[in-house]
Design a protein around this ligand. Structure first.
Ligand SMILES: NC(=O)c1ccc[n+]([C@@H]2O[C@H](COP(=O)([O-])OP(=O)(O)OC[C@H]3O[C@@H](n4cnc5c(N)ncnc54)[C@H](OP(=O)(O)O)[C@@H]3O)[C@@H](O)[C@H]2O)c1
Length: 346
């Protein structure tokens, strides 16, 4: 599916949404970055949320305060097992809506097809069996130009959801703050800011976790967000990597120090890993991770204009109030920290 498809429409933000109606929500991916923010917003609006989680070891258990709220019910099982989903998850109860912020943690092909596609098919099947009428899916804007396995997996499920007959809202956000903050610590410690081909090759309209969560929760009741694919970015103009670096150096009162990495270097690494991947599956996975890195270094997270075939800032809708540079200020002051899982690539 591409940006030229008919479902691909700009959301109308002025529409009135009845956010006061309490709903029974079945939620997947509640322990992830956007899942947590969405769960918090659902609680703030008084919805009852059943979170279906995988069990974790003691050291990384799901026992934090958000999950102890009286409106939240925790159920444990395996999203890759259809029976576990319906027995341990849905438990033959009725829910008004499914919200999925579930996503492969690694992005490697096996995991992407198992989670971004097959697990979601299981969820859709269980939803149909238990009479759920509505499904909100967190997807990604990059699927508009699919080159990577995880994008094909997401896109394939998007198509299944559209064909399912349920009311759907497929949300395709641009870049998250966490994905654009990896170099703050580098720069703080006096290192250079890495860019590709001069730092103006790509741009995005970064969106904060809570602004995206508010947008997701609005889809519960705002009919203008139903049966649509919704690309969405944060407030303000599009930002290129060079702008991010400039802002950091200015605010840390440091001299500009960029290191421009040539794209051929990236391509060479991919070629070497891909060759090794013919013999070792670990190297094949690393080649895919390098391809993911190359994709984000060369493709903008903005809506593709179907007429020009170019990324277009003006076609990329905005929502919310939080800015990436405000987020950088907080990171610089040490008011917040990023918790990037070891195995988290997105
Ligand atoms: N990063 C970006 O800039 C960006 C931009 C646009 C769109 N997106 C998309 O946004 C989506 C969500 O991103 P995120 O950063 O919130 O994801 P995340 O933090 O990696 O969270 C992933 C969620 O999925 C769950 N999950 C993964 N594998 C599972 C499995 N085998 N069984 C059960 N649960 C599993 C995780 O549970 P555990 O806690 O148990 O692992 C977690 O709750 C992704 O589809 C991503 O492609 C990202």
């Amino acid at each position: 599916m591409t940006a030229s498809d008919s479902e691909f429409q700009q959301p109308v933000f002025e529409a009135q949404a009845d956010l006061s109606k309490q709903m029974r929500v079945f939620m997947l991916g509640a322990t992830g970055t956007i899942g947590r923010a969405t769960l918090q917003t659902l609680i703030d609006h008084g919805h009852n949320v059943t979170c279906f989680l995988r069990r974790k070891t003691e050291a990384t258990s799901n026992s934090d305060l958000i999950f102890e709220h009286p409106l939240v019910t925790l159920r444990y099982g395996d999203v890759t097992d259809a029976k576990s989903l319906s027995d341990d998850g849905f438990g033959h109860e009725n829910f008004d809506i499914i919200i999925s912020c579930l996503a492969s943690r690694t992005g490697v092909p096996r995991d992407a097809w198992a989670i971004d596609y097959q697990a979601h098919c299981n969820i859709l099947q269980a939803a149909n069996n238990s009479g759920v009428k509505q499904f909100i899916l967190l997807s990604a804007l990059c699927v508009q130009k699919p080159r990577l396995e995880f994008q094909h997996a997401k896109l394939k499920f998007e198509q299944e959801l559209i064909a399912s007959g349920l009311i759907y809202s497929i949300i395709r956000p641009t870049a998250f703050f966490k994905s654009l903050s990896g170099q703050v610590e580098r720069v703080k410690t006096g290192k250079s800011f890495l860019i590709f081909n001069g730092g103006r090759l790509t741009a995005c309209k970064p969106i904060s976790d809570r602004d995206l969560a508010a947008f997701i929760v609005k889809c519960l009741s705002d009919r203008n967000h139903w049966n649509k694919i919704l690309p969405i970015g944060g407030p303000g103009p599009a930002i290129a990597p060079l702008d991010q670096g400039n802002y950091l150096f200015l605010n840390l009162q440091q001299k500009l120090k960029f290191k421009s990495v040539p794209l051929w270097f990236f391509k060479a690494i991919i070629a070497i890993l891909a060759f090794g991947g013919r013999f070792h599956s670990r190297l094949a996975d690393q080649a895919e991770l390098a391809r993911i890195g190359y994709y984000y270094a060369t493709e903008s997270m903005l809506v593709l204009n179907p007429e020009t075939g170019r990324y277009d800032e003006t076609l990329t809708p905005s929502t919310g109030q939080d800015t990436l540079f405000g987020h950088y200020d907080q990171l610089i002051r040490g008011e917040i920290h990023h918790e990037r899982g070891e195995h988290s690539v997105f």
